[in-house]
Write a protein that binds this ligand. Structure first.
Ligand code: UDP
Length: 327
């Protein structure tokens, strides 16, 4: 049974595609390469260049390859950019995504896996965050993801489309072949590694007076290989006729910005200069997941929960690919 991975040339999508192929699945990657990379599209998958909102292209692709399930990774995902340019976020993350779902419904596809985010929770009232925590996103990015989750629930009620929404905490690390290469890069771990290799002068620590033990923000970093495992389990659940649901994906361990930098110093053996700067607007002090539901319902268990392993794998990939995908 073929699977369409929309956004399969992006960071998380490329690692999921790699695992699907290792499992012997036939995969079609659809990507417009606006944020993804042609060389991140697995050579063992069929590659289709286009927008996930192009219904004609989707209908043709679904029919040609006998697609039975869809994983949807296409999204704009930068909080700051979403505040400055909400129209692009609503167009990409909602309008285009609705078109993708309509094409699936027209073709009789019943299984849909969606990349969601911890940003749906906004500033949490308490940590760890469970799926029952209030969803009050504080920026357009988080709102587009939450609205689309609601849309998927409505599609289940109306059309019987079964979906699993996976709410990622801080994706990090790499597989041997596929890693993180964003432009512009805004995420902490790749920026720390840029500072390690001298691509940037230093790493900024955004805020030093949060109510945390060392004053910097705490996040729950989750290995991209563990995220990929959860997608395969979610797919199996839907293929077996399981109900729609949504799950947090995180380790349940929080690390501060300073701890991440210190860990990267140990792993790289390089001096990494840091400087304290002001807070980044909209950053909650702590975001840590309870992923008990994914463990209990999906049978998911992170294989690489240690920060050292996450940063080591990101570093190994960076050393092998000093200019990222270089395209
Ligand atoms: N951060 C930082 N300096 C940077 C980039 C990020 O101090 O140059 C902090 C950011 O404020 C947050 C954490 O690192 O507390 C993780 O940020 P990232 O952008 O990687 O992910 P987010 O938590 O925003 O999804």
């Amino acid at each position: 049974m073929s699977i369409l991975v929309a956004g399969g040339a992006g960071y998380i999508g490329s690692v999921v595609v790699e695992q699907l192929i290792e499992e012997g699945r036939d995969v079609v990657v659809l990507d417009n390469l606006s944020r993804g990379h042609r060389s991140a599209a697995n050579p063992k998958a069929t590659f289709v260049h286009g927008d996930c909102g192009d219904m004609d292209l989707l209908s043709q692709t679904i029919a040609l390859h006998g697609i039975k399930s869809v994983m949807h990774f296409c999204a704009l995902s930068l909080v700051g950019e979403s505040v400055e340019a909400p129209a692009s976020y609503y167009r990409n993350n909602i309008s285009q995504s609705v078109a993708l779902v309509e094409a699936c419904l027209n073709a009789g596809i019943r299984n849909f896996i969606f990349s969601s985010t911890a940003a749906v929770y906004g500033e949490p009232e308490s940590v760890p965050i469970t799926e029952d925590s209030k969803t009050q996103p504080t920026n357009p990015y988080g709102r587009t993801k939450l609205f689309f989750e609601y849309f998927l629930r409505d599609c289940d009620a109306a059309y019987g489309l079964k979906s699993v929404c996976l709410r990622y905490f801080n994706a990090a690390g790499a597989s041997k072949e596929y890693g993180e290469d964003h432009s512009p890069e805004t995420h902490l771990i790749p920026l720390v590694l840029d500072a390690a290799v001298g691509k940037r002068e230093s790493i900024s620590i955004f805020g030093h007076d949060y109510d945390t033990p060392d004053g910097s923000c705490i996040r729950d970093y989750i290995h991209v290989l563990d995220l990929a495992d959860a997608h395969l389990l979610a797919l199996q659940r839907l293929e077996k006729g399981g109900a729609s649901d949504y799950f947090n994906l995180g380790n349940g361990n929080g690390y501060s910005v300073r701890e991440v930098i210190e860990c990267a110093r140990k792993i790289t053996g390089l001096e990494i200069k840091s400087e304290e700067t002001g807070r980044r607007p909209g950053d909650p002090a702590r975001l840590v997941a309870s992923a008990d539901k994914a463990r209990n319902v999906l049978g998911w268990k992170p294989r690489f929960p240690e920060l050292e392993k996450i940063i080591q794998d990101a570093w190994d990939w960076r050393q092998k690919n000093p200019d990222g995908y270089a395209d």
